[in-house]
Design a binder for this molecule. Structure first.
Ligand code: SF4
Ligand code: SF4
Ligand code: SF4
Length: 310
């Protein structure tokens, strides 16, 4: 299964994708409430059993998104010449990271960490100014530095601990994978990390096709895989899918269940604020209490004066 060309990508995401490729993604889908899983979204399938840990995906991610993401190379302590980009974790300079999980000398696995592009993203749900948005057509969750007010609610809300903040920059941004939406995707029709992987461990394509491909691999080599596609249902569906040979929790992919917290919180918010009945009722109650207190305050000196006379 090959990664799609630019032409195929435009077909994948239709008219909305064409607008995306032209760099015209707007806040077309801010709230996530009420969405069904959309298998026409674009997605990535990472197969940890194929990954050889070369980190070509990491270096390419940084190279292609360096300028647009305001990223910097991260120097390691041992690297006197500054030749290496050696991030220890996702950070304000790093959108994706390959980690190694070692279980025993013979059992280990690499794992790629980056945004899961949730179909019902909490980061979008909690952002008070819609700096985080999810494109309804492509499903890409992206960030607009020009709208962000730096509250970092998105960081707290994300179940996967993905968004990072540029603490050390004069004009800080939130940093996370945006599926190369303004860099490699419009230019080549695929993501930077998927295009360079030498062992085909990362596939970019339509979510429905990737689910079929993942299931085909599970059926073809059952002894090689944990029989589960991580992301198929998690939190209402993720557009970053994962296959592995060791349990996902050990790889830092948490057990999160199928229910998206975004939908729950939005339901509560939307119920409370429906027609603005609750805020109006609250405002009315507060006014009543304030007026009553004012009246009591006005009556009190008169009563005190009576007492003084007596
Ligand atoms: S993984 Fe986190 S940052 Fe990415 S879309 Fe989901 S909630 Fe947002
Ligand atoms: S899709 Fe693009 S931004 Fe996301 S991890 Fe891959 S290279 Fe980086
Ligand atoms: S480029 Fe492919 S093989 Fe290399 S670390 Fe990334 S996912 Fe693994």
């Amino acid at each position: 299964m090959k990664n799609p060309s630019r032409r195929q990508f435009l077909k994948l995401v239709g008219v909305g994708g064409a607008a995306l490729a032209a760099g015209a993604v707007g806040g077309s889908a801010v709230a996530s409430e009420g969405l069904k899983i959309n298998n026409d979204n674009v997605a990535m399938l990472y197969d940890a059993t194929r990954c050889v840990g070369c980190k070509a995906c990491m270096t390419t991610c940084k190279r292609v998104n360096l300028a647009s993401g305001s990223l910097a190379y991260e120097k390691a302590d041992f690297d006197a010449d500054g030749l290496w980009d050696a991030p220890a974790d996702l950070s304000g300079d790093t959108r994706t990271l390959i980690k190694l999980h070692k279980e025993s000398p013979t059992k280990w696995s690499y794992v790629k960490h980056s945004c899961m592009h949730c179909q019902k993203p909490s980061c979008v749900s909690v952002c008070p100014v819609s700096a985080m948005t999810r494109d309804a057509q492509s499903g890409i969750v992206s960030y607009d530095k020009n709208i962000c007010i730096g509250c970092r609610y998105c960081q707290i809300a994300c179940a996967f601990n993905i968004p990072r903040f540029q603490w050390d920059k004069a004009l800080p941004q939130i940093v996370k994978c945006d599926m190369c939406k303004s860099t490699e995707l419009p230019r080549t029709g695929t993501t930077g990390c998927a295009s360079v992987c030498p062992v085909d461990a990362i596939h970019f394509g339509k979510r429905g096709d990737l689910l079929l491909e993942a299931q085909r691999r599970l059926d073809a080599q059952p002894e090689k895989y944990v029989q589960y596609i991580y992301g198929a249902h998690e939190l209402g569906g993720l557009n970053h899918l994962c296959l592995a040979g060791v349990t996902f929790e050990k790889l830092g992919l948490p057990i999160v269940g199928d229910q998206p917290p975004a939908e729950f919180s939005e339901k509560i918010q939307h119920t409370i604020y429906k027609g603005f009945i609750a805020p109006i009722a609250l405002y009315g109650s507060l006014c009543y209490v304030a007026i009553r207190n004012m009246k009591q305050g006005a009556d009190k000196p008169a009563a005190d004066e009576k007492g003084d006379d007596a």
